[in-house]
Design a protein around this ligand. Structure first.
Ligand code: ZN
Length: 480
């Protein structure tokens, strides 16, 4: 049976080469209006020229002659998903070994999971990623549309291989210009601690070059001061935890005085202090300010439990292992780069995590614009490219966000972030035909986004058999 399925997959892949790109009609489908969070039943959706050419009730929507007919009966059509926090990079534990081909192989894991676009957050493979982005854009390679930060901007020396080390505002401007020239779509910062002038310089130079900036909040800056730099957003829900600004600055000054001494503050003390200092009234003000500025937050909830837990779950017999290149799988070994934590560190981590979950929901309710990102890729333990998308969406629903909101965060909001809502991000006439056909209603359960019948990318139809063929190809390529 398995062999037969694989054979079908390979045949489907072979036929894909000759696939016609003429009109496609999805007939009698439930269209999911992600903006309203509603289902519109009994629709015919016609795709032509890479776009949604027509959409309307079955009885009154003509099917163009020669169109390929896709039965939509009982199925649900959503916009293509975007994973807005992906890493294509080498194993940080082996910084001298580049694993570019292995990362390229994982590009085949996104479309079969309904992901038509990814936002790549920087690593050591920038040059290759620019090339893959181009190959996918021009149809030479199948895979999700890629937006990339290129190389991250970080302290000097940087924490991650491939990042640009920055000490001064002048370095910051130079780094931004370098990434602009290389073709980066946005700027990612990863400063652990840096003068606020450096962040301001990044933001000013990026905006001058029409690039958005997102990333980590340096720990020496309060969230209020960070927001004032004019930065466009941030990654990871943990920075949504707000404290009184003066209290935060005092804590920082104290940490500065203690730095390098025997009584320096360690990571655990910092975590405990932040837990103790959380101020919800202040949070409400901060989140309102974020909402007013259209400050984008990618919560990345699922990954934090993946990479920093007790390491008891064993993935050796996980089904998806066969699709992941061994060098990437090895980078997830809990004995490697990210080790399990225990004792007081684990207790604190769990308490912190609960806060991050809670502030994600509170900030979302306050109107902070959010996008789904999974932080998948090398080094982030068992956060698997493609499959992590539904896991992150399930995690967001589990902490308390409505499925309709999570679906918006994965479709229409990424289009807003890209400034492309006019032409992408919803199932509406005139929009780019990036779509996913599901067997069940995702508004009832976000887990239904797993049940993928077909994917359409710029109008190109990938039936299930072809998606399986893609997975098959990933499996056959995984031995390097
Ligand atoms: Zn990341």
């Amino acid at each position: 049976m398995v062999l037969f399925r694989r054979l079908l997959g390979i045949l489907a892949l072979a036929s894909a080469v000759f696939a016609q790109s003429g009109p496609v009609a999805i007939i009698n489908v439930h269209v999911v209006d992600v903006v309203k969070g509603q289902v519109v039943p009994g629709q015919t959706v016609v795709l032509a020229g890479g776009k949604i050419a027509a959409l309307g009730p079955v009885a009154s929507t003509p099917i163009p002659a020669g169109a390929q007919r896709v039965p939509g009966d009982g199925r649900y059509l959503i916009p293509g998903l975007w994973d807005m926090h992906v890493h294509l990079r080498s194993d940080q534990a082996k910084p001298n070994t580049r694993i570019a081909d292995e990362n390229a192989a994982t590009l085949d894991l996104f479309l079969p999971n309904g992901i038509t676009g990814i936002r790549e957050m920087g690593g050591d493979l920038a040059d290759q990623i620019f090339q893959w982005r181009e190959e996918i854009r021009t149809g030479k390679r199948s895979g999700p549309r890629i937006l990339t930060a290129g190389r991250k901007l970080d302290n000097d020396p940087p924490a991650w291989a491939g990042s640009i080390g920055v000490k001064t505002p002048a370095d910051a401007r130079e780094g931004v210009r370098q990434m602009k020239q290389a073709g980066a779509d946005f700027i990612k910062i990863y400063f652990r601690q840096t003068p606020v002038q450096v962040v301001r310089a990044v933001v000013e130079e990026a905006h001058r070059n029409n690039l958005k900036v997102t990333g980590h909040k340096p720990s020496n800056l309060s969230i209020q001061e960070f927001l004032e730099t004019g930065i466009d957003g941030m990654e990871h829900a943990q920075y949504l935890v707000a404290t009184d600004r003066a209290d935060y600055d005092r804590m920082n000054a104290e940490f500065d005085r203690r730095r390098g001494k025997d009584w320096a503050a360690d990571a655990l003390e910092q975590q405990a202090r932040l837990l103790a200092m959380q101020d919800d009234a202040e949070g409400t003000k901060v989140w309102k300010a974020m909402a007013g500025k259209q400050f984008w937050v990618t919560p990345t909830i699922h990954v934090s439990s993946q990479v920093m837990q007790d390491g008891t779950r064993n993935y050796d017999s996980d089904d998806r292992r066969r699709y992941i290149p061994p060098s990437i799988w090895a980078s997830w070994d809990p004995k490697g780069f990210r080790k399990p934590i225990e004792g007081r560190a684990l207790t604190l981590r769990k308490a912190s995590q609960k806060r991050w979950d809670d502030v994600t929901v509170a900030a979302n309710k306050a109107g902070v614009p959010m996008i789904v990102g999974t932080d998948c890729g090398s080094n982030n333990n068992y956060t698997m490219p493609g499959w992590s998308m539904v896991e992150e969406m399930e995690a967001l629903v589990k902490v308390g966000l409505p499925p309709a909101e999570v679906l918006r965060m994965a479709t229409v909001n990424p289009a807003k972030w890209r400034g492309e809502l006019e032409r992408e991000g919803t199932v509406d006439p005139g929009k780019v035909a990036d779509l996913v056909l599901l067997r069940s209603n995702p508004l009832e359960s976000i887990t239904h986004t797993k049940e993928i019948e077909a994917v359409f990318q710029s109008g190109r139809y990938y039936p299930r058999s072809e998606l399986d063929g893609m997975l098959q190809r990933a499996e056959s390529k995984r031995n390097f």
